[in-house]
Write a protein that binds this ligand. Structure first.
Ligand code: PBG
Ligand code: ZN
Length: 334
């Protein structure tokens, strides 16, 4: 009798669903997914976001329905993005206690106290020029004014947390950001609030659809000066290490699909620190558009990509497929 190799044996045994589950290494759960939503001031109807089918700019007046749907689907956590009515050069609406995110937080925490709410802390949706902080001239080049930005971000973070945010996610990659925000929260009696740092954020074309949705794309210059070069991997470790030293509770890699190597390496380097990956708007709409054309099986493609991001080392994933995953899981278990 010829010997059977173990891999061949396992491949055959996997036909048995129990063994398949026993030896499966990665399992995608709804609990691993953070649903991203866009909220606008109270005007009219939900506006469909054309670059992100299935996603809307939700007015405060329709937020109740939206949150009910989210909770009904079994989704456990969300991250909020605000689209303010007015913008200025300093993004001062971001720390208005009566601002869009703050009002949304009060509402959500009342209607759905068990839903975990994360807020993105950054100024690019609130500045009229679309950069992540007030601008200045640095040696003849347009750049974000670091210290002024830190000051405004502190106010924004504090105002989010006071309104009920349970975790802040600063996304600007501003130098010294994590330590300043940590100190701000601690000094104000919010030492229990964790910081999810967008530690490794690449200067990526994948944020395009989000930029259209949130009206946050830079109108002059670009964000190269404070986001990472997609060609560099080793640099990611210095960024992550700094954030750890500064007190980040959770690290993030963004985007996800084209940066699986970075996710893997950051997890290896910091195995004891939870790692989040951001499957961004561009990554979402690539699957979405191809499936609308009938060129790809949406469910299989989306679940494959999200599972791969976990397999690479992410503990959880911020993404735009959470609602669909919830529905697919309900279908599968029905
Ligand atoms: C910044 C922020 C952005 C995203 C999340 N937080 C915009 C950007 O970095 O340009 C983008 C996420 C996506 O494309 O899905 N507030
Ligand atoms: Zn920003």
């Amino acid at each position: 009798m010829s010997p059977t190799f173990p891999t061949v044996r396992l491949r055959r045994l996997r036909q048995h669903p129990v063994i398949r589950d026993l030896i499966r290494e990665t399992e995608l759960n709804l609990g691993d997914l953070v649903h991203a939503i866009f909220i606008k001031e109270d005007k009219g109807e939900k506006n469909p976001i054309s670059s992100m089918p299935g996603h809307y700019k939700i007015p405060l007046s329709k937020l109740d329905e939206e949150i009910e749907e989210i909770v009904g689907l079994g989704i456990k956590s969300i991250i909020l993005f605000g689209i303010p009515d007015t913008k200025d050069k300093n993004g001062s609406n971001s720390f208005n206690d009566d601002g869009i995110i703050q009002k949304a937080l009060h509402k959500i925490r009342t209607i759905a106290p068990d839903l975990f709410v994360i807020t993105d802390v950054c100024l690019c949706q609130y500045t009229d020029h679309g950069h992540c902080g007030p601008l200045c001239d640095k040696h003849g080049r347009l750049d974000v004014h670091n210290d002024q930005t830190l000051d405004i971000l502190s106010k924004q973070a504090l105002s989010h947390v006071k309104a009920g945010s349970q975790m802040i996610a600063p996304s600007g990659m501003i130098d010294g950001m994590i330590s300043v925000l940590r100190k701000t929260l601690d000094d104000a009696g919010f030492s229990h609030i964790p910081i999810l740092s967008y530690s490794v954020k690449y200067w990526s074309a994948m944020y395009g659809p989000f930029g259209l949705a949130a009206e946050g794309a830079a109108k002059v210059g670009d964000r190269r000066t404070y986001q990472m070069d997609p060609a560099n991997g080793n640099e990611a470790f210095r960024e992550a290490e700094l954030d750890v030293l500064e007190g980040a509770d959770i690290l993030m890699v963004k985007p996800a699909h084209t940066y699986l190597d970075i996710i893997y390496r950051i997890k290896q380097a910091h195995p004891h620190i939870p790692l989040c990956a951001y499957h961004t708007s561009g990554e979402f709409c690539m699957i979405k558009a191809a499936s609308e054309k009938g060129w790809i099986d949406e469910k299989r493609a989306a679940l494959e990509v999200l599972t791969s991001i976990k397999r690479a080392g992410a503990d959880f994933i911020i993404n735009y497929y959470t609602k669909e995953v919830a529905r697919w899981m309900q279908e599968d278990s029905a």
